[in-house]
Design a binder for this molecule. Structure first.
Ligand code: ATP
Length: 439
């Protein structure tokens, strides 16, 4: 029906317990968000799918889970202490603060038209103190990206996993950036989660790993439910980061425009060379096949789990007008999540409360097969279907009086609203089949 308005999505997320402000009872804290019961299921499903695609289903990528706080030297070697800055300006009149590179008009305040200060470079890393003393030797940083721990662990993991180049190391974890202007709901937060993979390659290899990973990652977006026409590449020209020799973003069309959700970077030998210089540890790899020793080059894929979750929420949100001629206005809000990432995959609904015990057994059976389920007995069946539509449940299973005799339940499909009778004994495999088909 109508174009998505971010306000409606933010309100649904809060009303249904997907995402809301952190520390809400104290008025919230800018740039920090909490995921409620449905939100955490959605985000966990996204992370699990990424992990399956990037690690579990491949022979050439292994995982790790490193600490958030690392040796401060890491951030000197990576260039973050010196160069992880954004230009910040303040309005002299209304005191609003802006990132200068995001201002439409660099001369005047976007809000009140007042005069702006000269831009100051502002380091985005959040720091903390380790141990009891507060001198500078104990200053540490909350990691601004997860990638660096993959570089510092490269040699250890390569040896222990006995992987040969080309191979990758993947990780999901929190990252922190003291963003000057957090905005667009969770899009730009100060605490967020990244899903990153560094792929180590022979610099002389003929294979174009950068193109391979760009295409593989683009396909992933469709698999999680972003329509093809809302995905595009943005090639970096002048705005290349200090570590990258080639870079492109995978952008998604949000209600607030085309925005980066993932970065694909050819980082060359920059990071491993830097860590070799700063740590004095040999970061070279000996290639048995060619008898050459070299610092591997790296192709990175880096995506924010929260940004992807937001993109999925935006694309899933639909309002349909089901008003019948001459009838009362009837709007149906439906979150059209793909079934494999929907927070609830199957809702089990006894037609009336009296059938709850038997219906519960069907739910327990589905849980044993690993489906995310919900049991709802409250209200008319039609109302319950609509409640499930709003949280994006693709399948509702209704247990009625006939079920007692024929051992069949009714499946109601979220998108078509059609219904079908299925034998309880076939239910799990039938639903599983539908989920896999859509992946
Ligand atoms: P931007 O230009 O939007 O600040 P970036 O180019 O600095 O992003 P990268 O350093 O390439 O981002 O980080 C990789 C991914 O991490 C991004 O594509 C994004 O999905 C996620 N990410 C980065 N910063 C944030 C943030 N402040 N909030 C949420 N996700 C983020």
């Amino acid at each position: 029906m109508s174009e998505l308005n971010m306000k409606d999505l933010v309100s649904l997320c809060k009303r249904k317990g997907f995402i809301f402000q952190s520390s809400e009872i104290y008025g919230g804290i800018n740039g920090f968000w909490d995921y409620g019961p449905y939100g955490v299921e959605l985000k966990n499903a996204i992370k699990k799918f990424w992990w399956d695609e990037m690690v579990r289903l491949r022979d050439d990528v292994v995982g790790q889970d490193a600490s958030i706080i690392m040796h401060p030297k890491v951030w000197e070697a990576s260039g973050h202490v010196e160069g992880f800055n954004d230009p910040m300006v303040d309005c002299k009149e209304c005191k609003s603060r802006f990132r200068e590179d995001q201002l439409k008009n660099k001369e005047k305040c976007d809000k009140c038209g007042g005069e702006l200060t000269e831009p100051k470079m502002f380091n985005l890393m959040l720091s903390t103190q380790i141990g009891a003393s507060e001198d500078s030797s104990s200053t540490a940083y909350l990691r601004p990206e997860t990638a660096q721990s993959i570089f510092t662990n490269f040699k250890t993991i390569q040896k222990t996993s006995r992987k040969k180049i080309p191979f990758g190391i993947a990780q999901i974890g929190k990252a922190f950036r003291n963003e000057i202007t957090p905005r667009n709901f969770t899009f730009r937060s100060r605490e967020f989660e990244q899903m990153e993979m560094q792929y180590f390659v022979d610099p002389e290899s003929e294979t174009d790993h950068y193109e391979y990973w760009s295409e593989t990652r683009r396909n992933f977006f469709e698999k999680v439910g972003i329509p093809k026409e809302k995905i595009r590449f943005h090639e970096h020209g002048d705005e290349l980061a200090h570590y990258a020799s080639k870079a492109r973003d995978i952008e998604v069309e949000f209600p607030f425009g085309w925005q980066e959700v993932e970065g694909i970077h050819d980082r060359g030998s920059f990071d491993l060379t830097q860590h070799e210089t700063f740590s004095k540890e040999d970061m070279k790899y000996f290639d048995e096949a060619t008898k050459r020793k070299f610092i591997p080059h790296v192709v990175e894929t880096s995506i924010g789990a929260d940004r992807l979750a937001l993109a999925i929420l935006c694309c899933a949100y639909h309002v349909e007008d089901l008003t019948k001629e001459g009838g009362k206005q009837d709007l149906r809000t439906v979150m059209r999540f793909k079934a494999h990432i929907a927070p609830v995959q199957v809702a089990v609904l006894p037609l009336i409360k009296k059938l709850s015990d038997e219906a519960k057994e069907v739910e327990i059976l589905l849980k044993k097969y690993g489906f995310r389920t919900e049991f709802d007995t409250a209200g008319q069946i039609g109302r319950r279907y609509r409640r499930q539509d709003e949280i994006g449940t693709p399948f509702c299973v209704t247990y009625d009086f006939d079920t007692r005799d024929d051992h069949q339940v009714t499946i109601r499909f979220r998108d078509s609203m059609e219904q079908k009778r299925v034998a309880i004994s076939d239910l799990a495999s039938y639903i599983q089949g539908l989920i896999v088909e859509e992946m």
